[in-house]
Design a protein around this ligand. Structure first.
Ligand SMILES: [Zn+2]
Length: 446
């Protein structure tokens, strides 16, 4: 069926569209008061309407269902969509886009630097853009769902799809790919093809000419994000309900130091590259594309390096803290060493426990509880066949260390208070220490 529609300006309907937008904005601010300043910073841009040829009435264009947003915080409003969508759903999309914007999904996505692209041309680029959009939606909707907001029909819902909570889009990509492939074998798509616009998909020629309203610039965005983060922290400190995902975002945004994930990822990449001699993860290029907390993305695929994880389970590092790091380490490893990495883990107290081969670090069973001698664990890791390219040790550092430099790089994730106490142990010179916050990281809360 072809619909007889064309695009026409509807100046008389514009006030109505803007009124609906204003109502949706109020609704959104009431649902998530901690995001109010961001909600009111969004700039509406009313597009020409797609109209029914006979009645002249605006009809919704499915392509604009998500109110595509760009990185200048401009929300593109299709009159037909605005006038037929419940205010609550429009408001939901506004909160959704704030999630994309402040988490810098455009800069983290695969289309960064790809240049102008026209929408809907198909092909691998388009497929990658769709996939990234879905993964970014999962990251954003996870927070909205934990705030009690219902995801609209057909849009990625981490809860409905049984996806794990609290992950980054980079981690959701592969999870969604698996689910989607299975669904498509059954002849249907996992979710609708939703286009959230350049704020998620990166450079895109489609919205550059919309002109109306300049949107906010980089400086304004920076000020806005800091104000938002401060507001969230104030509310959280006053015990006002703010979802965990937003509290973590605010903390990451406000903390000037480089995130431990970034440093760990960078050191892993460097170590793996040096050992393998065959890998170039292009350490320089990804620094242009920091994610939240500065997570770096690899730009090349390389032979999967073997990484062995030695975990100090002597009990001096609290189990929830360890579990918290483990739940994040899979993502860091995937970005540093590629999705095909092998992950072997050895729990170690005063002796090395049997090796566990897992796909996700979070699946490691933490065994131990005795004294501490990580020399046993490191020796066991080096004795693995094939020998790992790199050993990653998670510990608080209260352990004897091997006297000689091991034959492969050893990266030490050092769980320590910030700032470290004066008597804090220091790993030997051959180790690559990465300070990890002693407070439970993302994913460690109940
Ligand atoms: Zn989205």
């Amino acid at each position: 069926m072809t619909t007889a529609t064309g695009r026409t300006p509807h100046p008389d309907r514009e006030p109505e569209v803007l009124r609906r937008f204003a109502e949706a904005r109020l609704w959104a601010a009431a649902q998530a008061p901690y995001l109010a300043s961001a909600v009111f910073a969004l700039r509406p841009v009313v597009l020409e309407a797609r109209s029914d040829e006979h009645t002249g009435e605006p009809v919704p264009d499915p392509e604009f269902r998500a109110l595509p947003t760009d990185t200048r915080w401009r929300v593109h409003l299709d009159p037909g969509t605005l006038l037929t969508t419940p205010v609550e759903e429009t408001g939901w999309w506004l909160l959704h886009h704030i999630g994309h914007l402040v988490r810098r999904h455009a800069a983290r996505g695969p289309n960064q630097g790809a240049g102008r692209r026209t929408g809907g041309t198909g092909g691998a680029d388009e497929e990658a853009a769709h996939r990234w959009n879905q993964a970014a939606d999962a990251e954003v909707n996870d927070d909205l769902e934990s705030a009690g907001l219902t995801t609209p029909e057909g849009v990625v819902s981490p809860r409905a799809l049984g996806l794990p909570e609290g992950r980054l889009a980079e981690e959701y990509v592969s999870l969604i790919e698996v689910l989607d492939t299975a669904h498509r074998r059954g002849g249907r798509r996992l979710v609708d093809l939703v286009d959230c616009g350049p704020a998620v998909r990166g450079l895109d020629g489609r919205y550059e000419e919309t002109g109306a309203g300049e949107g906010i610039d980089d400086t304004e965005r920076h000020v806005l994000e800091l104000a938002l983060a401060r507001d969230i922290e104030r509310r959280a400190a006053a015990r006002t309900a703010v979802p965990g995902g937003w509290r973590r975002w605010a903390e990451d945004r406000r903390r000037p130091v480089v995130d431990w994930r970034t440093r760990l990822g960078a050191v892993l990449r460097r170590g793996v590259r040096r050992t393998a001699g065959r890998v170039d993860f292009s350490y320089r290029r990804p620094s242009r594309r920091p994610g939240p907390g500065g997570v770096l993305l690899p730009t090349m695929v390389a032979p999967a390096p073997g990484i062995a994880l030695v975990i100090d389970t002597s009990g001096s590092v609290a189990a929830p803290v360890l579990a918290g790091f483990l739940s994040e380490i899979t993502g860091v490893l995937a970005r540093a060493a590629g999705p095909e990495r092998r992950l072997r883990a050895i729990c170690c107290d005063d002796r090395a426990h049997p090796v566990q081969e897992v796909r996700e670090a979070a699946d490691i069973e933490l065994t131990g509880g005795g004294g501490t001698d990580l020399r046993a664990g490191i020796a066991a890791a080096l004795a693995l066949r094939p020998r790992p390219d790199l050993v990653l040790v998670l510990t608080d550092g209260h352990t004897p260390w091997p006297e000689r430099r091991p034959p492969v790089p050893v990266v030490v994730g050092l769980v320590a208070a910030h700032p470290p106490p004066a008597d804090a142990p220091t790993p030997p010179a051959w180790a690559h220490p990465i300070p990890l916050p002693a407070t439970a990281p993302r994913g460690a809360e109940a």
